[in-house]
Ligand binder design. Structure first.
Ligand code: ATP
Length: 361
């Protein structure tokens, strides 16, 4: 096996109708999902939606009020954290300040009964795996934020858990480092074939690292899917809006023919993929990059608009455009000359890509 690879098999995680109450607050409400072995699954949602509570219930740091939790097919609902074979990387890293990097990482195996020599050996192995060799004698305070984060990961990995948990692991890092560390975490997870549950409120981070995303809203699951499924086929307006800044537009479903729906928005008729049931007035989630602006006056049957604002951002230009169907947020990639504010434009849509009919709630 690969050096540093876990000797244990990655395990699945299963929630069956799990509810968590604190007094009269329901933090997690009848939630069911499965994380397959070797997958990285993100719990994504706005503050207070219940994602941290869900993660802490996997760890055994909170006990479920109702329902069942299985890890590797074993019912762990009533097991304490120590008996679950799960490790967690905390947002704050939670390193021991008075111990060296090596001692921090060796601490877990020592507590579990490994000899000092074995514990140090295991710790060194994980530290080199994660690129920290040479820093093992330092105190955590002598490391950068990114390095402290790696120590926290090494400390979780050294126990060779069946499941690794991350609670907003990047929130203490600056934007540039965040991107690099999230790629490191993804690479590590894939090369070691780890089962990972990962909490974040950052949709871009979730899209970048996940096999599957569980979107939570108000203590419940709004939608589960691959990044692409969530982006292209949002199950409701919340998901459409939360992931990918969709323009939400009202339209009238005129007819359906097999996989295609004809929808009218204002004076424009669109032919859209018809994946979701819908009828009458429907909501459309239109991605900012699925709207095209043309500096010619709108032809009959096309939608007319006026550029209100243009922001040049290098790789893209972002526009706010006024139109008969409301204000549109538009992103255009490629090195085109930005269209000046005040310019009348003809608006068209990438009908088969980036425009989704959102199911009627
Ligand atoms: P954030 O991103 O802000 O951490 P979250 O999605 O992780 O939010 P949780 O921390 O899981 O949300 O909290 C879900 C709900 O449960 C919130 O309304 C929160 O106030 C409540 N809650 C969490 N822990 C407790 C607790 N120990 N006692 C009482 N209420 C709690």
């Amino acid at each position: 096996s690969r050096p540093g690879a876990s000797k244990k098999q990655a395990a699945s995680v299963q929630f069956r109708n799990v509810t968590k109450r604190y007094g009269n607050v329901t933090a997690v409400d009848d939630v069911s999902f499965t994380i397959e072995p070797g997958q990285l699954v993100t719990l994504l949602g706005p503050s207070g939606c219940g994602k941290t509570t869900t993660l802490r219930m996997i760890a055994g740091l909170e006990m479920a009020s109702e329902g069942q939790i299985l890890i590797g097919g074993r019912d762990v609902t009533n097991l304490s954290a120590a008996d679950r074979d799960v490790s967690m990387v905390f947002q704050s890293y939670a390193l021991f300040p008075h111990m060296s990097v090596l001692e921090n990482v060796a601490y877990g195996p020592s507590v579990q009964g490994a000899s000092k020599k074995d514990a140090y050996e295991m710790a060194m192995e994980k530290l080199s795996l994660i690129g920290l060799k040479g820093l093992e004698k330092r105190a955590p305070s002598e490391l950068s934020g990114g390095q402290q984060q790696r120590v926290a990961v090494a400390r979780a990995l050294v126990l060779e858990p069946q499941v690794l948990l991350f609670d907003e692991p990047l929130s203490n890092l600056d934007a540039k480092l965040r991107r690099r560390v999230r790629e490191d975490i993804r690479e590590l997870q894939q090369s070691l074939n780890l089962t990972v549950a990962y909490v974040t409120h950052d949709q871009e981070e979730a899209l970048a690292v996940s096999d599957h995303i569980i979107v939570m809203s108000n203590a419940r699951i709004a939608q589960t899917g691959t990044p692409r499924e969530l982006y292209e086929e949002p199950a409701d307006l919340f998901v459409a809006d939360f992931i990918g800044d969709a323009n939400i537009i009202s339209g009238d479903l005129v007819s359906v023919s097999g996989p295609t729906a004809q929808v009218k928005i204002g004076n424009v008729s669109l032919l859209l993929p018809h994946r979701n049931a819908g009828h009458g007035t429907v909501k459309l989630a239109v991605r900012p990059d699925a709207i095209f602006l043309d500096e010619n006056a709108a032809a009959p049957g096309a939608l007319a608009g006026t550029v209100r604002k243009a922001s040049y951002l290098g790789t893209q230009v972002e526009y706010e455009v006024d139109s008969a169907i409301g204000e549109l947020f538009v992103v255009q990639y490629g090195r085109k000359e930005p269209i000046a504010p005040g310019t009348p434009v003809s608006i068209s849509f990438a009908e088969q890509r980036g425009v989704a009919i959102v199911p009627n709630a």
